[in-house]
Design a protein around this ligand. Structure first.
Ligand SMILES: CCCCC/C=C\C/C=C\C/C=C\C/C=C\CCCC(=O)SCCNC(=O)CCNC(=O)[C@H](O)C(C)(C)COP(=O)(O)OP(=O)(O)OC[C@H]1O[C@@H](n2cnc3c(N)ncnc32)[C@H](O)[C@@H]1OP(=O)(O)O
Ligand SMILES: Cc1cc2nc3c(=O)[nH]c(=O)nc-3n(C[C@H](O)[C@H](O)[C@H](O)COP(=O)(O)OP(=O)(O)OC[C@H]3O[C@@H](n4cnc5c(N)ncnc54)[C@H](O)[C@@H]3O)c2cc1C
Length: 671
């Protein structure tokens, strides 16, 4: 964080920091995943952000589309040199996935780097889908930025339904090449980040044909532009998809092939091979291992959701400590808006959700690593559970994060609507995460498949995997006894999830018994399946969050333990109050207990209030990363708003040329 001198800090923020009654650094360590991780992150930030070349003289958003893209490419090159020459030195390859790298990227780009997908998906796909020999060929080139790649799976006609992709890769044994072809308009690859103008290589997911037979979708590495001239190769048509809600510097592109040839070796052959004579050989033990990059990115998106929400919460809480408005008591000064319980209601859930998603995300990451280790030994048994887990957690975390970032904007009133607050850009970036890498509804329905199967196993008394083990107790189908203890609340959330899953399974059974096909019965149940899946996910987040808080604060100071537990309890009580209808249906909760819960919620808001600024300081964002007039550490909100306003190109002259061209002629009746 950029602390400046104490004298520069807004007096209200100064007072807030004096009120804070816990050790901020201890909380930072918890959020980062340990002291060593914090130190590494800070080192990366120091190295990367001491290089001034990233600074924009004119704010990014004031540039036109082409200038913005050119500027983003310039900064991406500066940044990738820093990554290559400095950051990889610090941590080796591990730096690529490190929070330090992710954070510093945000200091360079308010929107998105056109290289993001190179590091975010192209490189991980090489690691996950190539044989060791292929990796040895492609990985050094990619890491050295000798080649820049994109990940082109989605087409104009299909994003969700991967099996419906139309691009073909037909093997020609005579030349030992694959012929890539886009047979229809709808087969045009669409959306891939970095593809429009930046990438010279691209991972293309296409239907593989060999010996006249289709073997389904497979990934290929495809050179699309000449490395020297950057011209697209003959047979390749590539461009930008047009202006979008956000991601305008991410260079999302389209791509069409006309009988375009690539060598056989460019098929990514870790999970399946095509031999020289065209024989297809399946290597993987699990059908869906070619979807591996998606699972990886979904896992990382949970912490990404936490990170972005933490930024928004920092901006909105600091601003709310500085902003004074209204006069609830006659004759008294205007209060800080953070003193209004309604404002606390908007904001403290954002801090708690950022913690919940970060700690759940770290837990999911460890689960992912354990599944990968199993798979390296040839054991894919835990993959379905990982897919179910990562699908619902990706869906719920990105959706919650986007909704709460928008809530932070509401909490900042008119100034939150300024791009210089960074809240609008943050929202437009994060709301896309609900769609990309698997749409919200679609992913919840993937988890629902797993849940319905697990329910059937629970009913037949079979052993269940850990994340659905609670279904075994719920199979008794009695209302759970409500208790507002943490364990009691978690048990109730699980009972809600179990009740909803059971109702889905029963509905499907009822429909199929009366002659409806299984597919139709499933479709007719999807509204409730999505709700069941979300309830399961919420119960899981509550359990993981509380478990991690208890575990991680065991060796912390008492005050840190208290404030972390207050936040986690707030999260649980908030969701209990949000889902009272469900609790009334599946637990014994009654009106007086609901009233008690409401009181408890209001008490928690009051308890957290003095520590609110300390809690967002603990996210430890440097000002360069927040990019916000409202959220800087020193709280000089009004000064920064004015400084940014004066940077607008519309303030370069006192009279615009349009006055002479249009307004004056209009006034004189000469237009
Ligand atoms: C400058 C430096 C910056 C550095 C920054 C670094 C990092 C930043 C952080 C992160 C951001 C990184 C990048 C972000 C930016 C943009 C990225 C966007 C990229 C994309 O946006 S890229 C396209 C993604 N596009 C999708 O996401 C499509 C979604 N659509 C699907 O994913 C499938 O289409 C599905 C699953 C809906 C249906 O697929 P299907 O039709 O084949 O399958 P079906 O439904 O029939 O299921 C049959 C059986 O397969 C099982 N199953 C399915 N999937 C599985 C899996 N993955 N693993 C294990 N099992 C799986 C089922 O559970 C079932 O199992 P069972 O039968 O037992 O029930
Ligand atoms: C900013 C951004 C960046 C992206 N980057 C990339 C990239 O780099 N590479 C890449 O390959 N792709 C990329 N994508 C594409 C992205 O992965 C897809 O948009 C996403 O997977 C959703 O697919 P779709 O657009 O086909 O939506 P659709 O599937 O058409 O969804 C439309 C609606 O239909 C509903 N729906 C669809 N199927 C079902 C179903 N079976 N049951 C119930 N409802 C259903 C959905 O819930 C949704 O409400 C990007 C997208 C965005 C927005």
């Amino acid at each position: 964080m950029t602390k400046g001198t104490q004298a520069d800090v807004n007096p209200d923020l100064k007072k807030e920091r004096l009120k804070c009654n816990f050790n901020i650094q201890e909380v930072t360590f918890i959020i980062d995943g340990g002291k060593d991780k914090t130190l590494q992150r800070k080192k990366i930030e120091d190295v990367a952000l001491n290089i001034a070349a990233s600074i924009d003289e004119v704010p990014e958003e004031c540039l036109n589309l082409k200038e913005r893209y050119d500027n983003a490419v310039r900064k991406s090159c500066v940044y990738s040199n820093i990554v290559k020459n400095e950051l990889l030195e610090i941590t080796g390859l591990e730096a690529l996935g490190s929070p330090g790298l992710r954070r510093t990227a945000d200091a360079f780009f308010k929107d998105v780097s056109p290289f993001m997908l190179h590091l975010g998906m192209f490189v991980p796909t090489i690691i996950g889908q190539c044989t060791p020999e292929q990796q040895a060929h492609w990985l050094p080139k990619a890491l050295e930025m000798q080649i820049i790649g994109a990940y082109a799976q989605t087409e104009l006609g299909h994003g969700t339904f991967i099996r419906g992709l139309e691009t073909t890769a037909t093997y020609d044994p005579a030349t030992e090449e694959f012929v890539l072809h886009s047979p229809t308009l709808t087969s045009t690859k669409w959306w891939a980040g970095g593809l429009g103008n930046t990438a010279n290589h691209c991972i293309v997911v296409a239907q593989l044909y060999t010996k006249g037979q289709c073997h389904g979708t497979h990934p290929f590495i495809v050179p699309i532009r000449d490395l020297d001239t950057h011209e697209p190769f003959p047979g390749v048509k590539v461009g930008d998809v047009g202006i979008r809600m956000g991601f305008n510097t991410a260079d999302n592109g389209f791509l069409r092939f006309n009988q375009y040839r690539i060598p056989r070796e460019n098929m990514m052959m870790k999970n399946a091979k095509v031999m020289k004579d065209g024989t297809y050989v399946k290597v993987a033990r699990h059908e869906k291992l070619t979807y591996g990059t998606m699972v990886f990115v979904r896992v990382t998106l949970v912490m990404e959701a936490a990170f972005n929400l933490a930024k928004a919460a920092t901006i909105a809480v600091r601003y709310s400590a500085v902003r004074r408005q209204s006069q609830p008591k006659p004759g008294e000064p205007e209060p800080q808006i953070l003193d209004y319980p309604t404002q606390q209601h908007k904001l403290f859930i954002c801090i708690a959700t950022a913690h919940a998603l970060q700690l759940t995300g770290l837990w999911l990451w460890r689960t992912f690593e354990a599944v990968l280790a199993d798979m390296r030994k040839g054991d894919t048994d835990s993959l379905p559970e990982l897919h179910a887990l990562s699908s619902c957690l990706k869906a719920v975390s990105t959706s919650d994060s986007a909704a709460l970032i928008e809530q932070c904007r509401f909490a900042c009133g008119g100034h939150g609507y300024m791009l210089s607050s960074n809240l609008p850009l943050l929202y437009s970036f994060v709301t896309a995460t609900r769609t990309y890498e698997g749409d919200y509804t679609v992913l919840l329905l993937q988890t629902a498949r797993f849940l319905v199967k697990a329910w059937e196993q629970a009913e037949s008394g079979k052993v269940l995997t850990p994340t659905v083990a609670y279904l075994a107790c719920a199979a008794a189908k009695e209302k759970v006894v409500w208790s507002d203890s943490v364990d009691g609340m978690i048990r109730s959330f699980q009972a809600v999830a179990a009740g909803k899953i059971a109702a889905c399974a029963e509905n499907i059974k009822r429909l199929t018994k009366t002659g409806t096909s299984l597919e139709d019965a499933w479709q007719l149940s999807t509204v409730r399946l999505v709700a069941a899946s979300e309830a399961h996910c919420r119960a899981m987040i509550c359990q993981a969050y509380w478990h991690e808080v208890t575990r991680l604060t065991a060796s912390c100071s008492a005050s840190v333990k208290i404030v972390m537990e207050q936040l986690a309890t707030l999260y649980l009580v908030y969701w209990a109050l949000e889902t009272t209808g469900d609790l009334l249906r599946y637990s014994t909760i009654c009106e007086s207990e609901l009233n008690k819960l409401q009181l408890k919620y209001e008490e928690l808001l009051a308890l957290i209030r003095p520590n609110a600024v300390g809690l967002v300081d603990a996210f430890d964002f440097r000002d360069e990363i927040l990019h916000s007039t409202l959220g800087a550490y020193d709280g000089r909100v009004y000064e920064r708003l004015m400084e940014e306003a004066l940077k607008s190109p519309l303030n370069e002259t006192s009279v615009q040329s349009s006055f002479h061209k249009y307004i004056r002629p209009l006034a004189k009746g000469k237009l």
